[in-house]
Design a protein around this ligand. Structure first.
Ligand code: ATP
Length: 367
């Protein structure tokens, strides 16, 4: 296998007059990787994707595909293809003509187009539909036609601009699995942009979290979830209880922090080398908080308390409790364990809670 990545960006920048939309972005994507760029609206994802496609000119840095700089290569000559959010299928053409469109542009002869179109439709599970109108397909099938239309051109890199954004929830869930499966079957490098963390977490081999034009962290879904490098990543990827807090005391690596409403956090790892008086942002995952009817069961956890159930957000296996700490009024979201013991908890019930110190993530607060 070649060591040259399919895609590499080196300190890539894009400014619109005085505004820097993409700032010094560097990353490389090995062949066959499902690479997602995840970030909130306006962080620069589309600008970055459009630079890779060649629709947008970079104002600094370099962009290479299979080791070759693309900066002077026009969009139609780049070995990339793009799936748009609204798919951009041609309604007047049948499915085969849609899929064969790019091949016709390239001047491929009619009989070869027919063979290649049928082959790629088979690969996306739509064999034998080439003559049918596009509108006879379901939303999920249209997605597959859009992928087939790109894959028939055998791009080195497939760019996907939030292609699931317009689908209803159920189909979106289904298409996440489908897209990942198609990507691994084609073994093509996918670069997928989304603001939806659950899409990125489920499908990607690698995820870059983008904020204000920069990459904050690149990692696997598990790395981002369990070892976020920054407060932004900790807050953006997955659910978390978030508080600001002040360092009450620092004893070597372990901190004692207090939130403005009086929640004490003890034994917290001082990831950011914080000292007494510093302000911090802290994050605790809802599933890290243990519940118990008896305080004795929580012995050994340094952060414990007694809370009152404010509300139960029932959502099957992903149900949550909103608890209010009886001592200080702090609100906490807790994943509801799927056991009979807790299933009947209701508004107004009291319950003990606690979490281990290593479950608190703590970052210096940047004001
Ligand atoms: P969304 O998810 O909402 O599409 P995004 O992360 O893709 O957002 P971009 O569309 O890349 O973000 O925009 C990044 C920033 O650049 C935004 O602040 C946007 O207003 C700005 N921007 C984008 N295009 C232009 C332009 N042509 N001229 C000036 N500013 C622009």
């Amino acid at each position: 296998m070649s060591d040259i990545p399919d895609l590499e960006c080196r300190a890539l920048c894009k400014s619109y007059n005085d505004f820097q939309a993409v700032k010094d972005v560097s990353f490389s994507v090995p062949k066959g990787t499902f690479f997602s760029i995840l970030g909130p609206s306006g962080c620069g994802k589309t600008t970055l994707l459009r630079m890779i496609a060649g629709f947008q000119e970079a104002t600094g840095g370099d962009l290479l595909i299979k080791g070759k700089s693309m900066l002077d290569v026009p969009p139609n000559k780049r070995p990339v293809s793009m799936v748009f959010q609204h798919l951009a299928l041609f309604p007047m053409m049948n499915i085969g003509a849609n899929v064969g469109f790019g091949l016709r542009q390239r001047g491929v002869n009619k009989s070869d187009i027919q063979v290649q179109v049928e082959r790629v439709l088979e690969r996306v599970g739509l064999g034998g539909v080439a003559e049918r109108p596009v509108d006879s397909l379901s939303g999920g099938q249209k997605q597959r036609v859009a992928i087939a239309r790109c894959m028939v051109l055998e791009p080195d890199v497939l760019l996907l601009d939030e292609p699931l954004g317009a689908l209803d929830l159920k189909l979106r869930e289904h298409m996440k699995v489908e897209l990942k499966k198609l990507q691994s079957e084609f073994n093509t490098t996918f670069v997928y942009i989304t603001h939806d963390q659950s899409e990125a977490l489920v499908m990607s081999d690698q995820i870059a979290v983008m904020n204000h034009g920069r990459f904050e962290q690149i990692g696997t879904a598990k790395e981002l979830y369990y070892q976020p490098d920054t407060a932004f990543v900790a807050g953006f990827v997955g659910e978390a209880n978030t508080h600001t807090a002040r360092v009450e005391s620092a004893n070597g690596e372990a901190l004692h922090l207090v939130t403005p409403d009086g929640l004490h956090l003890r034994g917290v790892d001082a990831g950011d080398r914080l000292a007494k008086g510093d302000r911090a942002q802290i994050f605790v995952r809802p599933e890290a908080i243990r519940l118990s009817r008896s305080v004795a069961d929580l012995a050994g956890l340094q952060n414990t308390g007694k809370g009152r159930v404010e509300s139960v957000l029932f959502n099957g296996a992903n149900s949550q409790l909103i608890l209010r700490d009886g001592a200080n009024g702090a609100e906490m979201s807790v994943a509801l364990p799927q056991t009979a013991e807790f299933r009947d908890l209701a508004k107004g019930d009291d319950i003990h809670f606690g979490w281990a110190p290593d479950q608190t993530r703590c970052y210096r607060q940047v004001s």
